[in-house]
Design a protein around this ligand. Sequence first.
Ligand SMILES: *[C@@H]1O[C@H](CO)[C@@H](O)[C@H](O)[C@H]1NC(C)=O
Length: 369
Amino acid sequence: MNCQPLLVAILAVILALFFRTWWQIGPRVDWSPRPVEPILEQCPTDKAPLLVFGATSMLGKYIIEAFHEDSGLCIINFGRSKCELCNINVKGDLRDTRHVDRVIAHFKPTSILTSVKPPLLGIHYRTFIELNLFAMVELIKLAKKHRVHNFIYVSSIAASGHYHHHDTASEDDEAPYYTDYEAPYDVSKRFAEDFLLQQHEEGVFNAISIRTSGIFGGDGDPYDYIRQPIIAGVETPPIDSNYAGNIADALYVVHKTLLEKPHLGGQFYYYTGDPMSEIDKSRMVATETGKPLVMIPMWVVDFCREWGHWMRWDPHTYNLIDLFRMGNVQQTFNQTKFHKAFPTFKQKYTNKQALRSIYGEHDMQNSEG
Ligand SMILES: *[C@@H]1O[C@H](CO)[C@@H](O)[C@H](O)[C@H]1NC(C)=O
C-alpha cells in the first residue's frame, strides 16, 4: 500500500494549522451579561458624575490622571479592570447594553467620556463592529435617553481612513464613503462618530469627537518595537503621533470648554500631534539608548506587505501585515480648528521630549540598574 498521499495530506493539515496559529489569533466571545444586582455606591451630591469607558486603557490612565485633579468631579469607571484613581468602579463590558442602561440610570452622569477600542492586533472584524459600532451606538442612545448633558468621544484618524492619503488634511475635506473603507476599525469608528454627532442638540446633548492618532505613552502603545534590544528601522511617510499625556490634558480642556461653549459640539476636531516618521522616532530612541538601529531595506518591507496580504488565511482578523500596510500611507492633519476652538489648551510636551522620557531615560535607567 502506498501511504505517501496520506502522509502528504497529514503534513499539509499540520502545516496549515501551524500557519493559522502563527498568522492569526482566533475570534472569541469573551463576555457574558452581568446579573441584575442593586448598585450600592453613589456619587456625593456636590460633585458632577463623569462616567468613563476605557479608563484603564493606556490612554485612559493618562485621562484619569488629568481629570482626577478636578475635585468637582466624581469619576465612575465602567470596565473590566479596576481604576485606582477613579471614585467609583463598576465592572462590566460595554457590549452588555442592559447593564450599561442600569448603570447610567443609577448614576445619572452629567458627562460621559469614551476612550474605548479593542486591541489593534489579533482582533476579528466582528469585535470591531460589536464594540466600536453597535455597543457605542447603543451607549449614545442610552446617554441621550437618560439626559446626559455632555458626551466626549475619543475618536481616531482611523475615522478618516488609514488607507487614504492625508497631507495636512482638515475637517472640511470630503469624507470617504463607508464603502471606501478597508479596515473594520476605521469604518466602525467613523460610523459611531457620525451617529454621535448627529445626536448633538446644543444645550441638551452636547456631543463632540476628537480625532487623535498614533498614541504613545508606554506599556500598551503600538511602539513596542522601540523597546527591543535592536531597533528595526523602516523608511515610511510621516504619520502624526502624539503623547498620551498631551491628549489627556487636551480632553480635560475640551470637557471644561464644552460646558461653557456647547455650540462647539456636533463636530469633530483633529488633535493629532506632530508629524514624525517612524524612522525619526527609531533614530531618536536609538541615539538616546545607544541601541543599534538596523535599517530594513524597502524591498523586504514591500515584499512582506504584498505577499503577507496575499497569503492571508483569514482576511477578517487584523494583524501585523495591516500595520505594515497602513504605515505606508501618509497621515498628517491640520489642527488649526482644534486650537482655535480650545485656545486655553497648551501642549506641555513635544513628541521628542515625550519619547525621550518614555523610551530614552527609562530604558537607560533599566539597563544601568
Ligand atoms: C491650516 O488651516 C488654516 C485655516 O483653516 C490655514 O490658514 C492654514 O494655511 C492651514 N495650514 C496648512 C499647512 O495647510
